[in-house]
Design a protein. Sequence first.
Length: 343
Amino acid sequence: MTNEEQAKMKMLGGVCVCLTDNAEVYADDAPFQTIAAKTIADTNAVVLASTAAEANNKGFSADKLIAKNEACTLGEQLCARSKVKLNIIGNQTLSQALNGTFSFYYKAADAVCASRLMSVYNVMNTNQALITTEYVTTAQLATFLGKINNYTLLTGTTTNAHTASPALTTEFKNELKEASADIEVIKQLAKPYEETNTLFFNALKGACKIPPVTVRHTPVNITLTDSITLVLLPDVKGTLSKTKELGLSNSLGIMPYTDVSAGLAMATFALPGYITGIKPVRIIRGAINTFAFALVPGVMTAEMEAAITAKVDAFNTAQAAKKAAKAAKEKARRDAKAAKAKL
C-alpha cells in the first residue's frame, strides 16, 4: 500500500466517523442518507480488501532491495569488463553468456535475478584465466560472490504484491477508487448544510480532506564507484537538491538519503583524487530510488569547480522559477474562486 493510499484510507475513516456521529442531522435528507450509507459500506469494503491484500503480501524488505542493487551494480560492471577482454580474444560464445546491462538483472524477479547473477559469476570465475586479472581480479569476484550470497540469503522480497494473486491488490485499488468517488458526491450534497448546520458542514469538510503524506521517499541510494577499477568508493561527499541532508557514501560505496521530495533533482559527488561528478536524477514519490555513478580519477581545477557550481546554481534557479510560477498560478486560481463566491 502506498503512502497516498494510506492517507486516503485515513480520510475515509474520518468521514465515516463524522457521518455516523451526525446521522440525526441528515435524517430527513434522503439523497444524503443514501450517499452516507454507500460511503460507509464502500469504506468497509476497502478495509476488508486492504486486509486481504496485506495478508497476501510476501513481505517487502528494504534491506533486500538494497542488497539486490549492490549485487546487480557490481555484476553489471564486472560483466562489462569481462566482455571487453573476451571480445578482444574473439571468444564470442563466452562473451554472449554475460550481460553488462544493469536492468537485465535488477528488473527481474528476485529468484530469476539471483540465478542470473550466479550464472555470470560462474562464467567469469571458471574462465578467469582467459579474462585475466587486468580486467577482473580474484578479489573482485570474491566480493561479487559475497554480494550475491548476501542478497540471496536475506529474507523478504523486493516487491510488495504477491505475484501469484495480483487480483487481491487490484481489488483493493478498485474498492478505494469507488469509496473516493463517494467523497466527491458527499461534497456536493453537503453544500446546503453550510447555511443550515454550519458545525456539521465544517466538520464534514475537514474530514473530507486527505491528510498530508509525510513520508515521501525512504531511502534514496546512490552507489559510487571508480570508473577505471570499478572499486566501490567510501567517503564520497554529496549534495542532492530537494533535501537538506548532506550525502556521504559508506564502506559499501552507497550514499543514502532518507527524506527527499519528488521530482527532478541535481546530485553532486566529490572525493579527493577524482573529478567532481554531477548528475540529474528524477525522484519518484513512494518508491525506493536507486542510482549509480562512476567517478573519474583526476584533479579538479578552479575552473572546473566554478563550472560545477554554475551548473548547480542554474539548475536551482530554474527549479525555483518553476515553483514560483506554479505557486502564482495556484494563488490566481484561489483568488478567482474566492471572487466568484462573493458574487
